[in-house]
Ligand binder design. Structure first.
Ligand SMILES: [Zn+2]
Length: 320
């Protein structure tokens, strides 16, 4: 039913449109600005200041290998359900930068200048957040896949964070720096082993290794989350009664691996163990209603995990 008030509003709109001179539409006079806008998002978590810094996204063709243990048609259907292309995987990258009050801490380092087309925006976005790479005091690494560590050393060998301490998981270091593991690994993994040596080799003596569940810097605690890689970690940020779990790659693309946590992405090095870790953390997040950040979640990559059917659903945080 249309009320008298609605009729009046509609009529007023028509009158305004009729008053515009012909050919003087606003669009004709305003040039389009194609450049990207900064992609950073900041909020307070107790005494911590958290900034999400985006590094762009990569696009890869979807093939039957991408999800190791699901039929391609089901994967396509899940992507379509999420309003994404049925024939491609869009993979965003967003890191967490934490100002503890005493130190500026980057959790993972982005693709640097070695990522796929569409990536490499991290340093420009860090600048938009008001920080310079030489102001980062600590870089904490979740695992040694290139998209998480390449920002530590640029293509020309320059350190990405000249003044930072590098904190890495002991189990990750033990696996990737082991020459025996490298020699036994399939050809397809050789590049990843070489890349770890490229990134850390020149400063191996400066790298500090951590293991177990322990506080690395004020308010940031390492949480072992093995499976995606042998030493993969999540991180719990906690301050003033608030908390946020940085999931890293315990769940990568949420439209697939939060919805269907049993599904194993091709990059899960130990698939069953990765799925077990994923389900344990998602269950905890849904029960505790704790905030979560995911490295491959859609920007700004923070929100919550709700139960849905036999899986879960990512609910983006309310943007403030
Ligand atoms: Zn990743």
């Amino acid at each position: 039913m249309i009320t008298r008030r609605q009729t009046m509003i509609a009529t007023a709109g028509l009158a305004a449109a009729a008053a515009l001179p012909p050919g003087s539409t606003a669009e004709a006079a305003a040039p389009k600005r194609g450049e990207r806008l900064p992609a950073v998002y900041r909020f307070a978590l107790g005494e911590l200041e958290v900034t999400l810094v985006h590094d762009g996204h990569a696009r890869r063709p979807l093939d039957a290998n991408y999800v190791r243990n699901a039929p391609l048609e089901e994967v396509r259907a899940a992507l379509v359900e999420a309003f994404q292309p049925a024939d491609a995987v869009l993979s965003p990258f967003t890191t967490v930068v934490v100002n503890t009050g005493a130190e500026l801490v980057a959790i993972d380092a982005g693709n640097g200048d070695l990522g796929a087309p569409g990536t490499g925006l991290w340093r420009a976005n860090l600048a938009a957040a008001g920080y310079r790479p030489d102001e980062i005091d600590v870089v904490i690494v979740s695992h040694f896949h290139g998209d998480h560590i390449n920002g530590i050393r640029l293509k020309d060998g320059t350190p990405g964070f000249p003044n930072a301490r590098l904190l890495v998981p002991e189990a990750e270091w033990a696996f990737w720096m082991d020459d025996g593991q490298m020699s036994r690994a399939p050809e397809a993994m050789q590049g990843a082993f070489r890349n770890v040596r490229r990134v850390f080799g020149p400063e191996a003596q400066k790298v500090e290794r951590f293991s177990g569940e322990r506080e690395l810097v004020s308010g940031v605690t390492a949480v072992p989350a093995f499976g995606h890689t042998p030493g993969h970690h999540a991180f719990r940020l906690a301050s003033g009664g608030q908390s946020l779990l940085v999931l890293s790659d315990a769940a990568t693309k949420p439209e697939l691996f939060v919805r269907r946590p049993d599904w194993q992405v091709m990059f899960d090095m130990d698939g069953p163990r990765a799925a077990e870790t994923r389900k344990r953390l998602l269950d905890m997040l849904a029960t505790e209603r704790t905030m979560v950040a995911g490295y491959h979640f859609p920007f700004p990559a923070v929100g919550y995990i709700a139960r849905e059917g036999s899986g879960y659903r990512f609910v983006p945080a309310f943007w403030t």
